[in-house]
Design a protein around this ligand. Structure first.
Ligand SMILES: [Mg+2]
Ligand SMILES: [Zn+2]
Length: 198
């Protein structure tokens, strides 16, 4: 049973509701999904490292600039802090899909950076996402993929059931309703280190 010490989360459709226009372009459009902050608080209290890994091609497409994206993430981090939640890293691919970058999910660049900077083994790291590309990205980075049914998650689950997402299945791929349910699974399987109490 894995003992996860680092949880990396996709943003849109996992932490916050996907924006009607496809992109969250200002802080007001960043709306937490229900239960998510409870789930993150649970993980934070248990000393689990939290990172975010998100494709934001709206920057590369010229829909918003980097400063606007920073304002969105400022709102996210300030509101999370009210719940005692701290994100250790926010990893963003700002590039347009045709830019040929090495960080746009499903390529593993963002996750590799998060894993490297954490100093925590890939085997103790899980990536929670809602899209097929998130699952593929986790596999490419050699970490456990978990799916949540928020955002695109239900569609992804159906697609997975029809065998339409190659090379992501495995006994470690688990599906949860939301971040709270996934967080509870991480906590219930956490083994305390010597001298540590949960
Ligand atoms: Mg997503
Ligand atoms: Zn990129």
């Amino acid at each position: 049973m894995p003992n996860f010490r680092h949880v990396i989360l996709d943003r849109d459709g996992v932490l916050n509701a996907e924006a009607p226009g496809g992109f969250v372009t200002d802080p007001e459009q960043f709306q937490w999904l229900s239960n998510v902050l409870d789930g993150l608080a649970l993980l934070s209290r248990a000393g689990i490292r939290l990172s975010v890994a998100t494709n934001q091609s709206c920057v590369g497409r010229g829909i918003i600039d980097a400063a606007a994206l920073d304002r969105v993430h400022k709102k996210m981090t300030v509101e999370a802090a009210l719940w005692g939640v701290h994100f250790d890293g926010i990893y963003v691919c700002p590039h347009a899909p045709d830019a040929g970058c090495r960080c746009r999910k499903p390529l593993p660049g963002l996750l590799e950076s998060a894993i490297h900077e954490s100093g925590i083994a890939a085997s103790e790291t899980v990536f929670i996402g809602d899209a097929a590309t998130d699952l593929q990205c986790a596999r490419a980075a050699g970490i456990t993929p978990w799916l949540v049914r928020t955002g695109k998650g239900k569609n992804t689950e159906a697609t997975l059931g029809r065998g339409e997402i190659p090379r992501v299945k495995g006994p470690d791929l688990r599906i949860f309703d939301d971040v709270l349910q996934a967080g509870n699974a991480v906590i219930s399987e956490k083994k305390p280190k010597k001298g540590e109490t949960l």
